[in-house]
Design a protein around this ligand. Structure first.
Ligand code: GRG
Length: 306
């Protein structure tokens, strides 16, 4: 991977896609109660919108729709699955920012939900986003076969839950007091941030009714870029400033928290990133030209500056 790889074209594509995701999220998160709901409390909805409609990169949704595109799958259905995954990602950020977790005041350049509202509102906003994600996928408006929706719900639950993101967060909290080994750091990161990115890539294969082999290949691609994402994040924690990131940086070092960057240094990390991008590109080789944007995504993840 060349450090001068041009990711600006990809960034434009990602930004345009983020607008489409945002538009769907705005519709999904309006105050109109859906069938079976009694009412949508306005303050809860305001806190939810603060946590979800505030200018994230929308990378995970992009990965869902791009992998689904490999199979010419229904773009509207893929977009709904993408939005559902983003709801889970946003919930994880809202809860991660709470005083009991990472205790952050700023996220995406704005006050965190518990700062703008209060802690109870932030907990409930996260809970609401988490449960709504499964509603979005399971309901009939997501026009996919019932078996496909079930498969997506089960896979997303596993990625987000005990043996995935939630478990990874638990291991991460423990790592603040015990020094984890390198293998333990890799495991916790694969769970905490890797699992949702892996699901994002696998989701396209599920939506597209791909073979088991291709589903596994895309999931592996997701794992490779998920690890790259975390390495790049740890690198930015060391090299970027808070204004660029829209959140506090230097927190890991200040807390004495071990990361692969603190164990091996910046040069080693950059080499690892290059290796992961090469691995990701190899995994996409069978998809040919159609996977070009996903290759660009792998470069973007490794080279991103915010
Ligand atoms: C609270 C159950 C629970 C889980 C939290 C994802 C997570 C687990 C915590 C986030 C902590 C963190 C900053 C991890 C580093 C990687 C990461 C997820 C960064 C934020 O994701 P981006 O860069 O954010 O995709 P945007 O704002 O673009 O959506």
């Amino acid at each position: 991977m060349k450090n001068d790889h041009d990711i600006s074209g990809f960034e434009q594509q990602l930004t345009a896609h983020a607008v489409t995701v945002e538009q769907l999220l705005i519709r999904l998160l309006d105050e109109r109660p859906r069938l079976g709901e009694v009412t949508r409390p306005p303050r809860l909805m305001a806190a939810i919108r603060h946590g979800a409609l505030n200018g994230g990169k929308r990378l995970r949704p992009f990965l869902v729709t791009e992998t689904a595109r490999l199979y010419d799958a229904d773009p509207a259905a893929a977009l709904r699955v993408a939005a559902a995954l983003e709801c889970i990602h946003c919930y994880s950020l809202v809860h991660d920012d709470l005083p009991a977790m990472d205790d952050d005041d700023m996220r995406r350049g704005m006050p965190t939900v518990h700062k703008a509202y209060d802690e109870a509102a932030a907990i409930l906003a996260g809970d609401g986003l988490l449960t709504y994600a499964f509603d979005i996928i399971a309901c009939d408006e997501t026009e996919l076969p019932v078996k496909t929706r079930l498969d997506l719900v089960a896979s997303l639950a596993r990625a987000a839950g005990i043996g995935g993101m939630v478990g990874g967060q638990a291991l991460d909290l423990m790592a603040e007091t015990a020094s984890p080994s390198e293998a333990e750091i890799i495991t916790l990161q694969a769970m905490k941030t890797g699992a949702l990115i892996r699901f994002a890539c696998e989701a396209g294969a599920i939506i597209g009714n791909a073979s088991e082999q291709e589903r596994e290949r895309l999931a592996e691609f997701g794992s490779a870029i998920g690890l790259a994402f975390q390495l790049a994040d740890d690198l930015l924690d060391v090299t970027a400033d808070a204004a660029t990131m829209g959140k506090a940086t230097g927190k890991d070092a200040a807390a004495g928290k071990a990361t692969l960057v603190s164990l091996h240094g910046v040069d080693w990390t950059r080499q690892q990133l290059a290796g992961l991008v090469a691995q990701a590109e190899d995994l996409l080789a069978p998809f040919g030209e159609k996977a070009q944007t996903l290759k660009e995504a792998a470069h973007f993840i490794a080279l991103r500056q915010s």
